[in-house]
Write a protein that binds this ligand. Structure first.
Ligand SMILES: NC(=O)c1ccc[n+]([C@@H]2O[C@H](COP(=O)([O-])OP(=O)(O)OC[C@H]3O[C@@H](n4cnc5c(N)ncnc54)[C@H](OP(=O)(O)O)[C@@H]3O)[C@@H](O)[C@H]2O)c1
Length: 200
């Protein structure tokens, strides 16, 4: 699977490493491939080049940079676009509340892309290793394109997650606030914990 990581920061490089280790063909889409801070990161290309032949694009920029990053990536119509961002503004406030979501805004910006919200509501330490002594971390997912959601569920499972589908993309209105629950809980739990499911 050809994957472009749009935003090679903490989340982007963590997921990129995990996807590459699982056998996927990962390219980092960076604004300035010649920048010294990306010297050790390979393979890399400009967003337009890296995203052009990717089947899956993973958006891992700060929320404030998301619109510009998507614009620089070229036409994403038909591609699976994983939105791992959180629309968090100053003061830890969600800029999109429960009548809209960052993921729906991403879908409006990236016309025709098959947007799936995923990897937003757990920390990068969990992305690095979602397997715990008492089970696998849940990967909450939602999206309007069933095949795209299935592809992201398989991708998540390939790096150790237990995918749990929440339904259409509008469910990101609840999946995004879950990130704030995780972040808030780090105050008492540290960062090495995740969402799990108890079943009867
Ligand atoms: N940190 C976590 O544990 C965590 C967990 C879940 C979700 N998230 C979400 O994931 C997103 C990224 O978080 P992070 O902690 O990884 O941030 P980060 O370490 O600050 O990395 C952000 C990256 O985005 C890049 N970027 C900014 N504008 C860009 C553009 N126009 N085109 C391409 N790349 C661009 C930056 O690259 P340059 O500035 O070098 O160009 C930087 O490498 C955020 O939305 C955050 O809410 C974070």
């Amino acid at each position: 699977m050809k994957i472009a990581i749009l935003g090679a920061g903490r989340v982007g490089t963590t997921l990129g490493r995990r996807f590459a280790d699982a056998g996927h063909d990962v390219t980092y889409a960076v604004r300035d491939p010649a920048a010294a801070k990306y010297a050790g990161l390979e393979p890399k290309a400009t967003p337009a080049v890296a995203c052009a032949d990717a089947a899956i694009v993973v958006l891992t920029t700060p929320w404030a940079a998301a619109e510009a990053a998507l614009a620089s990536a070229g036409d994403l119509a038909g591609k699976v676009l994983i939105d791992a961002t959180n629309p968090i503004g100053p003061g830890m406030v969600l800029t999109h509340g429960t009548t809209d979501s960052g993921a729906e805004q991403v879908a409006r910006w990236a016309t025709g892309a098959r947007v799936v919200k995923a990897f937003n509501s757990i920390g990068m330490e969990v992305m690095a290793n979602p397997v715990f002594a008492n089970g696998r971390s849940v990967l909450w997912l939602c999206g309007d394109d069933a095949a795209a959601v299935d592809a992201v569920a398989s991708l998540g499972a390939s790096i150790g997650f237990e995918p749990v589908r929440l339904g259409p993309l509008a469910r990101a209105r609840f999946q995004e606030p879950a990130a704030l629950v995780w972040i808030t809980a780090t105050g008492t739990m540290g960062r090495e914990f995740s969402w799990g499911v108890l079943r009867r």
